[in-house]
Write a protein that binds this ligand. Structure first.
Ligand SMILES: Cc1cc2nc3c(=O)[nH]c(=O)nc-3n(C[C@H](O)[C@H](O)[C@H](O)COP(=O)(O)O)c2cc1C
Length: 261
């Protein structure tokens, strides 16, 4: 049921939206997303996505009130991981972005929110176990038809869609094989908290290594952003006809992607 081509096609269609219509998502569309989320468990118990059919109103309220103007969404996604498990952040990003792209393919709008959502309301969501933590959430539904003035302010803050150049995130990429270039092209437009794009790529011994820039002291882990970029990379490489597998790493390196020959 998981269609990687469908997810790849959804990459340029996705954009973070923060103002939503209150209209409900049709039941069959939600059912499809619930099924895909249940099947998308590449890291087993370490990471998963809960589709919240009725989002509690106060989920997107942080300590300073309604965060970033997120309003109106009838449903939500919760990006859940096994608290403290090795590589959990990258696994949550990778797993979560698959469901986000499936939602996009289904015509729904989303916005990763790792900042000021209400952890209290998030942990009360159905089915989140005591051993798990909600690392991020997303509104889920149909965005307002036009970008609202409130959203415009946040778009400018996040410099939505403006991205670092390829030479910055993947120096020398022009000399890499076609699949690796296609992977980096897709990773470049991945979403990240504050649009910080903390991922860097290098090509070594026939493999691609993703590493994270600077330390990881902010509330939302940069390794989670890198996990999102890993999925985009894999979908891009897949679009060039190459499959492969990830090995998760420690320290400044996040993961290594080895193509299957
Ligand atoms: C892990 C993560 C956390 C994020 N947290 C927030 C958030 O707390 N509030 C918000 O308004 N946007 C948040 N965003 C959305 C980003 O600002 C947005 O993805 C980025 O600016 C790029 O824009 P785009 O998604 O339209 O391509 C987050 C994105 C990611 C990936």
């Amino acid at each position: 049921m998981i269609d990687e081509h469908r997810w790849y096609e959804a990459i340029p269609l996705r954009r973070a939206r923060r103002s939503f219509q209150t209209r409900q998502i049709p039941a069959d569309v939600l059912d499809t997303l619930v099924k895909v989320a249940a099947q998308s468990r590449p890291f087993g118990d370490i990471a998963r996505v809960v589709v919240v059919r009725e989002a509690p109103q106060r989920l997107f309220m942080g300590v300073v009130g309604s965060y970033g103007g997120i309003s109106g969404s009838p449903s939500a996604l919760a990006f859940v991981g096994k608290a403290g498990a090795p590589h959990v952040q990258a696994a949550v990003g990778y797993t979560g972005e698959g469901v986000v792209l499936e939602a996009t393919a289904l015509g729904l709008d989303t916005c990763w929110v790792g900042g000021l959502f209400s952890s209290r309301h998030a942990t009360m969501l159905g089915g989140v176990a005591a051993s798990e933590r909600v690392y991020a959430v997303s509104p889920l539904g149909f965005a307002a038809e036009h970008i609202t003035p409130k959203e415009r302010v946040v778009f400018r803050m996040g410099r939505s869609k403006s991205r670092r150049g390829l030479s910055e995130i993947a120096p020398g990429v022009e000399t890499w094989p076609e699949w690796a270039r296609a992977g980096v092209d897709a990773a470049r437009i991945a979403p990240s908290a504050m649009n910080r794009q903390p991922w860097r790529f290098r090509f070594e011994d026939g493999a691609v290594i993703v590493s994270v820039v600077d330390g990881d002291t902010q509330r939302v882990s940069k390794r989670l952003d890198c996990g999102i970029a890993m999925l985009h990379f894999e979908l891009g490489a897949g679009s060039a006809g190459i499959d492969g597998s990830w090995e998760l790493l420690d320290g400044p390196e996040v993961a290594r992607w080895l193509p299957v020959r």
